[in-house]
Design a binder for this molecule. Sequence first.
Ligand code: SAH
Length: 257
Amino acid sequence: MSAPGRLVIVGLGPGEPHWLTPAARAALDGASDLIGYGPYLDRLGDLRPDQRRHASDNRVELERARHALTLAAEGRRVVVVSGGDPGVFAMAAAVFEAVEGGDPAWAGLDIHVEPGVTAMLAAAARAGAPLGGDFCAISLSDNLKPWEVLEKRLAAALSADFVICLYNPISRARPWQLGRALAIAREHRAPETPVIFARAVGRADEKLTVVPLAEAAGGLADMATLVIIGASTTRCVLRPAGERPWVYTPRSYGGGR
Ligand code: SAH
């Protein structure tokens, strides 16, 4: 029998190398094989000569997960990389789905999830403190779930007055969904509700835009954008002309302490 392998699913954080946790760094350093979407692997720079790189397309998550499990079962020290946190709309769920439906021996493997800074936390930190009250995260991608489910979930979250973080807001294949989501938001929230469009947070081309819900439009987002729709209590703290306002959600209702 070969040596026991190991599989670590690692979150790289949203972009800046200093947002990679020391534990994630240690897992990467301990890997014999690194698996992931090409651009995420590129972020790691040159690998050591003893490390193997297995880049893949972004769409083949389950296949990538099975490949990782197969290598770990052969005794390799495998790391699967994800952007942000690997458990948030990312590879960790694909790995457990593959374990559940795959070779029974996979359930006995040493599998470990190493967390990372997810996009909504990085975006919120840049904007101020929009997640100071209750919030939720919704992926707007209807590749893996029907749009009707998404509309219902959005309406429920809006009527429950959560701050809502929208991952995967738009793509070439899904051009209208964000516009529709914002229209649903306008049915529940005041026109002046702050909406944050946080693009490529932690990368060289980072851009943050804060607009009132009345002016929020799908065109302000792309695939690298995280959208945060404020709750009824979310507000802006104005700053000197030309500077972006801080956005925050008070922790208490009614402004008391
Ligand atoms: N696992 C990732 C999310 C994967 S889904 C995480 O925890 O962050 C991909 C979506 O995440 C993108 O469409 C975008 O909405 C968001 N995202 C990822 N990185 C981002 C970044 N640096 N800035 C803003 N949004 C980002």
